[in-house]
Design a protein around this ligand. Structure first.
Ligand code: NI
Ligand code: MN
Length: 236
């Protein structure tokens, strides 16, 4: 699987020959100025919740690419009103088989409203199951005891966890989350974009290492490929 980081919590993941794009927030992100949003590939756009820092570029990318947007029922309804009709509504606990693999929606402890104030339903995380491996994209969430269920439900090969604190869990709680989901390879997200979520990255990597886990941090625009449990940098 190739993984590309577009800043904040936005990642592209190639699974089963399809491009999955998570939580598109690129054009308003000062740190992602080097990313040309008009070239970002997507066959599917998965949106964890309605906050602007997760949905800002969803409409433009969905319009350009024709990608199917996978999201909470309430976000699906809102997108339909904005003229985006290729959507797949889901809710927590539900699973659907797509052509690249399965998406299972899991709970996230956060809030969710859309940019115009519309209720966004429950915030979610996603467990992606494919023949190439399984991964968990947590979205914005606190550490919850429910995360243990994810570790019981599936072997998670790698996981995207928020580590910026203030709005979500921070590094110390993300280390406990990694234990709960029984996953050693954690890709950090939701840090440094705003003043209140700036972190000491070296310290974060060290803390994960001391806990026996690996914290992988991408440069914005960077791609890595995951093969047999190891992430290799393929370009910068
Ligand atoms: Ni949020
Ligand atoms: Mn957020």
């Amino acid at each position: 699987m190739n993984i590309t980081y577009y800043g904040h919590s936005c990642f592209g993941v190639e699974v089963g020959g399809k491009h999955l794009l998570f939580d598109p927030f690129i054009s308003p992100n000062e740190l992602a100025k080097g990313v040309d949003v008009t070239t970002v590939k997507a066959d599917y756009i998965l949106i964890s919740h309605g906050h602007d820092d997760h949905i800002a570029d969803a409409i433009s990318i969905a319009s350009r690419t024709g990608a199917k947007v996978v999201c909470a029922f309430e976000i699906h309804t809102w997108l339909n009103k904005q003229g985006i009709n290729n959507t797949h509504p889901m809710n927590i606990g539900g699973k659907w088989k797509f052509d690249f693999g399965n998406v299972k929606c899991v709970s996230a402890a956060h809030s969710s409203s859309l940019p115009d104030g519309t209720y966004g339903g429950s915030p979610m995380g996603f467990v992606i199951e494919s023949t190439e491996g399984n991964f968990y994209f947590a979205g914005d969430t606190a550490l919850t005891y429910d995360m243990k269920l994810i570790g019981i439900y599936r072997t998670i090969n790698f996981a995207f966890l928020p580590i910026g604190d203030n709005y979500t869990m921070g590094v110390d709680n993300a280390i406990i989350a990694a234990e709960f989901i029984k996953c050693r390879q954690i890709i950090g997200m939701h840090y440094d974009t705003f003043e209140m979520i700036k972190i000491d990255k070296k310290e974060a990597v060290k803390k994960f290492m001391h806990a026996g886990n690996e914290l992988i941090l991408f440069d914005i625009g960077e791609s890595k490929s995951i093969t047999s449990g190891a992430l290799d940098t393929i370009n910068r």
